[in-house]
Design a protein around this ligand. Structure first.
Ligand code: RNT
Ligand code: ZN
Length: 420
């Protein structure tokens, strides 16, 4: 492709070269590191099991009723194609199991089968993306008691064990068909609003349920299993069964991946510090990037200091093969498609900033004991023209650069979304 190179990019190339950074090589690496974009931002975590897509409940809460929500799988695909066209680089699409092609006719969630995902596989091949598939253990009568896999009721436990087994089987099938490993993250809403004497009972139940689920083995080239911890949720203020300690221990002991959702920790804790802490013990870390405001509010991810810090940790540890970057937020109060693209572009930008860092120079200051130099250099690097590298990267991928894509989405809203 013949792309005219902007003057500002040429200047940026020289600025970064002063620090030994080859921006063209950085762009090549940026292109190859995939990000998994979550589809559930587009339908407010409703899915397509039933004709009426109501508000989600039972552990999951999407707020806002901005027009244009995807109410069918066709609308979801249409929106995802828009997203894909405005986010550069390798991509996967992450699904909740309730987003299968059920045509609103699934009488029981447990009736899920590979058939419900064959159109997804065809679509993904066409769109040139991988797929991740996560079991949904919420918004269901069998989750109403507040407990699923850790329930004291054996029938409830068995129902969900069988369900997760089926979803894993489909995930492995998808990975096999697409020849890209399908990540399957298990998150459950189990917990208690108030004081309970049964913490241990529930955690033992969960352990046994997980043992039953993961006793079925699949090829890692087809599926990567991961478990997602959480500190607390609304209505589960006192006790969350699947805590960090619980799942991290389980993941390390059983060779599973660990999913870190950036909204799932105390506000003064940061995922960026957890990465290097757990990386020595795990083969896979899955990231659910969201922006928690005061709690796990699932706001759209933005280019924050913490998002950049997370990407720096991945790049500095040279761990882009073990850390699977993905988004997870739901905001139904603004244009949902634009929201998803905003978050995904922010993640890619943060990754670019991390790749442009002259880490060796900073480390040299540090190793000489010059911590003023270390701090000042990192501060001044922030003002280097990464935006010009970003726009060049978009341009060579034939993707609208910053500001241009915003008009594109406003047009999409007028022409498509408001007419739904
Ligand atoms: C919920 C978890 C989980 C969900 C999805 C929809 O707090 O973050 O990952 O976002 O299962
Ligand atoms: Zn999550």
């Amino acid at each position: 492709m013949d792309v005219s190179v902007s003057k500002s990019y040429l200047i940026a190339v020289e600025r970064y070269a002063e620090f030994g950074i080859d921006t063209n090589k950085v762009i090549e690496r940026l292109e190859e590191i995939p990000i998994s974009i979550h589809a559930w931002q587009l339908d407010d975590v409703s899915g397509f099991e039933k004709k009426e897509t109501g508000l989600s409940g039972g552990g999951i809460l999407a707020t806002g009723n901005y027009p244009g929500k995807a109410k069918s799988i066709e609308q979801l695909w249409q929106d995802l194609e828009k997203v894909i066209s405005l986010v550069p680089g390798e991509k996967k699409i992450s699904l909740q199991s309730i987003q299968g092609d059920y045509k609103g006719n699934l009488s029981d969630r447990g009736d899920i089968s590979t058939n419900h995902f064959s159109s997804w596989i065809d679509w993904a091949k066409e769109a040139n993306v991988g797929i991740d598939l996560n079991p949904a253990l919420y918004s269901h009568p069998k989750a109403d008691s507040g407990y699923t896999l850790s329930s004291k009721d054996k029938n409830i436990r068995s129902y969900w064990i069988e369900y997760v087994k089926k979803v894993r089987n489909i995930a492995s099938y998808i990975g096999d068909k697409l020849k890209i490993p399908c990540i399957s993250t298990l998150w459950i809403p189990d917990g208690s609003k108030d004081i309970t004497p049964s913490r241990y009972d529930h955690r033992i139940n969960l352990k046994e349920s997980l043992d039953a689920i993961y006793s079925v083995k699949y090829l890692k080239q087809n599926i990567i299993d991961s478990v997602e911890s959480k500190l607390f949720g609304i209505g589960l203020e006192y006790f969350t069964v699947g805590s960090l300690e619980f799942y991290l221990s389980y993941a390390v002991k059983n060779g599973l991946g660990m999913t870190l959702d950036t909204g799932h920790f105390h506000p003064t804790e940061v995922a960026s510090d957890k990465i290097s802490s757990i990386l020595p013990y795990l083969n896979d870390i899955v990231l659910h990037l969201s922006r928690g405001i005061r709690w796990d509010s699932d706001h759209v991810t933005t280019l924050s200091e913490e998002l950049i810090a997370i990407m720096q940790e991945i790049i500095r540890a040279d761990a882009s093969g073990k850390i699977h970057i993905g988004t997870d937020f739901f905001d139904g109060s603004i244009n949902r498609v634009g929201a998803l693209i905003t978050g995904a572009r922010a993640v890619k930008k943060a990754l670019l900033i991390a790749l442009l860092e002259p880490t060796q120079i900073i480390k040299k200051y540090e190793e000489k004991g010059n911590n003023f130099g270390r701090l000042a250099l990192m501060e001044d690097l922030k003002a280097l023209p990464f935006g010009d590298v970003w726009n060049h990267y978009c341009e060579i991928n034939n993707i609208p650069e910053d500001f241009q894509w915003i008009n594109d989405i406003m047009r999409y809203e007028k022409e498509i979304l408001v007419k739904r």
